[in-house]
Ligand binder design. Structure first.
Ligand code: SF4
Length: 468
């Protein structure tokens, strides 16, 4: 049994990573018949993409997907640990699963993976209080899940297999993509930034870039399969290549040559955003005019305490450079309010930054301490009531700028990639090049197509239009 160890994660050294390929002949395929799996994913796109790998692996064992928890023989929970709330949701969901296991299917196998399983304290809690949970696996060894399930089918004792660090990058893990038109492609794993409030460097490990040839091969294959859009993923995507003598700018130039219609990347840390990358944004044919650039706060003092490595002025300078190269770019961000010691003045600096950037959207949060992080040791002087008040004011401003940005598109023609059909007849849903959600009226089925749409109505968080 291997357990995660928090202190080891901080001491880790940059040893050479093993690069290997998933060997499908190691996998005993179709070992179950007429058995169903249910998968629940919490958290970010990295987790969603991990769940695409997990689904493919368990389907190779013979499991069939179900959306009905009560019908499931195997339940997999892919967890998130970014906020306290994510933990609470998972433990709440475990209560629901326990009830189903006890009352409907005592042979149900329950597996918990994702970021929470990389936390030492969580694994101990599971060993003490959730003995009925069959499998715990980590973010670094998803490829082990089939073997743990095989073991579990024979032996009901709890199987825990969590690696404290990413020992190897395994290419070619099977994947069952949720969409036939839009794909996630991991390009870098982990994060070395150690922002003082964040647990990701401990749960996802150090920054490790995939080899450029492997990424390009995956994207070429996606293009052949008819995919219209790829999103290059990483916790800190623009640190790509630092460990293998490459860069995100260089990679994007190569991706451009493949000619897939729409390319996005996330999530970017402003500190790693190079001038070369700004140039590539301006010159690329296929990178979408949309960027998620988390700022977290507009106060230099708060940014310093967060360990973000940039100032408000540096962030604004970067935004101005990007806007000059890509006029009309849609910028979204993440903002935390109520960080320990955040004063009214600090908060006003954040509001001022929002006024200056005019973000087209933002994920806004009240600070919640994560165990074992540096910020968890800071004295919190902001009451919950005050943090809620600040969140309300901030959201009000974000909504204002989102609607203002959307109004630019009234009566204009935009291009949209259509991904699904709505419940309403002849209404389809997709995303514009600026990553706006758009509802499109069309008499013909347009799923999977990039279509021209005349915008007829704008709302705060979406557009409506008619295919022309
Ligand atoms: S850059 Fe992002 S993922 Fe990395 S430590 Fe900071 S907040 Fe966490």
């Amino acid at each position: 049994m291997k357990l995660p160890n928090y202190s080891e994660a901080k001491k880790r050294i940059k040893e050479d990573v093993i690069r290997t390929c998933f060997d499908p002949t190691d996998l005993i395929e179709n070992i179950v018949v007429n058995k169903y799996y249910y998968i629940k994913t919490f958290g970010c796109q990295m987790n969603e993409h991990d769940s695409e790998n997990i689904s493919a692996l368990v389907e190779k064992l013979g499991f069939i997907k179900t959306d009905d928890l009560k019908k499931a023989d195997l339940v997999i929970i892919n967890t998130c640990s970014i906020r306290e709330n994510a933990h609470n949701k998972t433990f709440g969901f475990l209560g629901e699963i326990k009830y189903v296991k006890e009352t409907i299917n005592p042979n149900m196998i329950v597996a918990l993976g994702g970021c929470m399983s990389q936390e030492e304290g969580v694994v101990k809690t599971i060993q003490d209080k959730y003995k009925w949970l069959n499998i715990v696996f980590g973010t670094h060894n998803i490829y082990d899940l089939p073997y743990l399930i095989e073991k579990s089918l024979k032996d009901p004792t709890q199987q825990i297999e969590v690696l404290t660090k990413q020992e190897k990058i395994v290419e070619n893990i099977p994947v069952k993509r949720d969409s036939k038109y839009q794909a996630y492609v991991n390009i870098i794993y982990g994060c070395d930034k150690f922002c003082t409030y964040c647990i990701v460097p401990f749960t996802r490990g150090k920054e490790l870039s995939r080899k450029e040839e492997d990424i390009l091969e995956e994207i070429r294959n996606l293009k052949k399969e008819g995919y219209k859009e790829v999103t290059l993923l990483g916790q800190n995507v623009n640190a790509y290549g630092k460990d293998i003598n490459s860069s995100l700018a260089k990679l994007l130039k190569e991706v451009d040559k493949i000619g897939i219609e729409r390319v996005k990347f996330m999530t970017s840390h402003p500190w790693d955003f190079t001038d070369e990358l700004v140039e590539v944004l301006g010159s690329s044919k296929n990178i979408m005019p949309f960027l998620h650039l988390p700022v977290q706060s507009g106060s230099n003092e708060v940014l310093r305490k967060m360990g973000r490595r940039y100032t408000k002025e540096a962030y604004l300078e970067l935004v101005n450079k990007i806007k000059a190269k890509v006029p009309g770019i849609a910028l979204t961000t993440d903002i935390i309010v109520g960080f320990p010691t955040e004063t009214e003045e600090d908060f006003n600096e954040t509001l001022d930054l929002v006024d200056k950037v005019e973000f087209s959207g933002a994920y806004t949060f009240i600070y919640s301490p994560r165990e074992n992080t540096v910020a968890a040791t800071f004295e919190n002087t902001v009451s919950n009531k005050e943090a809620k008040r600040r969140l309300y004011l901030l959201n009000d401003k974000i909504n204002y700028y989102s609607l203002k940005d959307n109004k630019k598109y009234q009566d204009k023609v935009v291009k949209a990639l259509i991904l699904s059909e709505s419940k309403n007849k002849n209404i389809y849903q997709g995303y514009t090049e600026h990553n706006k959600v758009i509802n499109v009226e069309s008499k013909e089925n347009i799923i999977g197509q990039i279509v021209d749409v005349k915008v007829t109505e704008v709302k705060t968080w979406s557009l409506n239009g008619i295919k022309i």
